[in-house]
Ligand binder design. Sequence first.
Ligand code: MG
Length: 297
Amino acid sequence: MRELKTDPKKPTKLLVITDLDSTLLNEDYSFMEAWGVMRQLKLQGFPIVFNSSKTLAEMEVLAQEMGLHAPMVAENGGVLCLPVSEQWQDSIQSGTVKEAMEYEACGNYWVHTPGLDRERILAVAHQLREAHGYDFEGYGDWSVEDVVEHTGLDPVSAQQSLQRVATEPILWQDSEEAWVVFEKQLVSEGIRVLKGGRFLHLMGEPDKADGLRSIQALYAHQEPDVQWLTVVLGDSENDLGMLSAADIAVVIPREDGVEIEPVAVEVIRPKGLASAGWAEAMRLILERVERVRIREV
Ligand SMILES: [Mg+2]
């Protein structure tokens, strides 16, 4: 395994940006395998930032459970969330975040929606379905029970996953030909489609890679004397953009065997699925950071 290239004049810290479903979270939404290494990361002051298709409501519960207080990127890059605290207020006021004035308080977080509003996405998608008779279903059609059935989430989490503001996940049940036409119609309305693990996500322009860049800017502003090494972990096509923008990309293997190919500086492919692979890769990376630190002393 190669050594990390670092600037000896600056202390090195990891900025860990991670997908959730099938990456940090197992199929049953547990994360026990990763818990030990997450604790090590936290002890060393290395932020763990969620960047997923999940909603703020879902992520907030997970962050509490894991004892994390970092910013988060929700709904595939459609929503940026900063914890309400003096630490992040400074970043907003100093203009580190470009859209500083557009943050709104939402419970324990300041929230900014750089993408399209979900209402607009729903209006366009449903109007096209009505006009052309497309066969698809999505969160906008579903009750809590339906979401439970389609995702395996428990009812409380399903309720949280319905609290979307910037994306609409759908299941396409029509032909390939119809899909090509539908997608073109969406694009002409400024709506793009990203393929996630389970769903097709209808959304605005900003994606997980844009979210990653905002997070990097925030931490560079918070701790300018630190040399940040961005580690990104993901498993799906919608993680490719952020994985390709990483210093170290960790590609978690998928149960269906499909392999994604990011073009990052370095790509690590652990053997374990989901949280086991997460832990395996992060342990390796932590060992290397330790070696760098010994060299720096
Ligand atoms: Mg995933």
